[in-house]
Design a protein around this ligand. Structure first.
Ligand code: PMM
Length: 285
């Protein structure tokens, strides 16, 4: 799977590392810390220093229960950060469900549109991505954050997520997106319970049969906090799950993930190197 090369994006020969800059006051795990544009740009540059191949800039929180921000507010949050990082030569991805934000981001230098709704939230998204020609992360999604937990119902999550992703792929291809622009994401935590996330991670090989590179976003998510709950049953807080994130990165990269989306870049960049050496030795026999 990591043998894929996506036009316009780095090709390191190993699993890529996408570092996260959330320009939001309320994000999943690092809300508020990078809300000021200058601080956000500085943080993105620091992530590159630490080994990020791509920096993902988002202006809308997708944590479960989150309300939507306005288009104007989202543009206002991400535009200066994307422009600033792109001017420094950073490969920037924009984390947005809105076609207008994607269009502006590409004009400001973004090389990848990361759409957690897989084109479902905004019917204009596929056309914008097709016209821009940049890479597109199409994530598995069943609905907006405010009520996504109600949709976490599956009998065979790997099969259902694969089928739903395949339908979305067909739909965006029909709108003119090229196949080589596409990167797929099972959407850990988005309308998924912990057991669904684990099944999808264990099913990476089957998701790879979709024939496109896979990105995995497990970093600091609640299913890790739940796994590591203390004796009182309280989930571990988000920021204390970086070691568990690292374990997921090593295993996912070993199993052929094309990219991991993470908050704490340096150790994850080391982990993908370990996985690459492991895979290379495996291939040599
Ligand atoms: N998760 C979040 C935001 N964006 N994008 C992709 N492609 N995959 C993900 O799993 C994903 C994402 C939510 O996490 P955060 O609020 O901690 O950044």
């Amino acid at each position: 799977m990591s043998a894929f090369t996506v036009p316009g994006l780095p090709d390191t020969g190993r699993c890529l590392v996408m570092g996260v800059v959330n320009v939001t006051p309320d994000s999943f795990s690092d809300g508020g810390r990078w809300f000021n544009p200058d601080t956000a740009v500085a943080h993105g540059l620091a992530l590159v220093e630490q080994g990020a191949d791509i920096v993902d800039v988002g202006g809308e929180s997708t944590r479960p229960g989150a309300a939507r921000v306005s288009l104007e507010e989202e543009l206002h949050r991400v535009e200066p950060v994307i422009r600033g990082l792109s001017a420094e030569g950073v490969v920037v991805s924009v984390d947005t469900m809105r076609a207008e934000v994607a269009e502006m981001a590409v004009a400001a230098g973004a090389k990848l549109v990361n759409d957690v709704s897989g084109g479902l939230a905004d019917p204009a998204m596929a056309r914008v991505v097709a016209a821009s020609g940049v890479a597109y992360v199409l994530m598995h999604w069943r609905g907006h954050s405010r009520d996504m937990e109600n949709r976490a119902i599956y009998t065979d999550v790997v099969t259902e997520v694969s089928e739903e992703l395949r339908k979305r792929v067909d739909s965006v291809l029909a709108e003119g997106v090229r196949e080589d622009q596409l990167i797929l994401d099972p959407g850990l935590g988005f309308s998924k319970q912990a057991e669904h996330n684990w099944a999808l991670l264990a099913g990476l090989g089957r998701l790879g049969e979709l024939g496109r590179p896979l990105i995995i976003g497990a970093s600091r998510k609640r299913f890790l906090g739940r796994l590591l709950a203390g004796a009182n049953g309280e989930p571990r807080p988000f920021a204390d799950n970086d070691d568990a994130t690292l374990a997921v990165t090593a295993l996912a990269a070993r199993d052929g993930a094309w990219c991991v989306r993470v908050h704490d870049v340096r150790p994850n960049a080391d982990a993908v190197r370990v996985a690459a050496a492991w895979r290379a030795a495996d291939e040599r026999g």
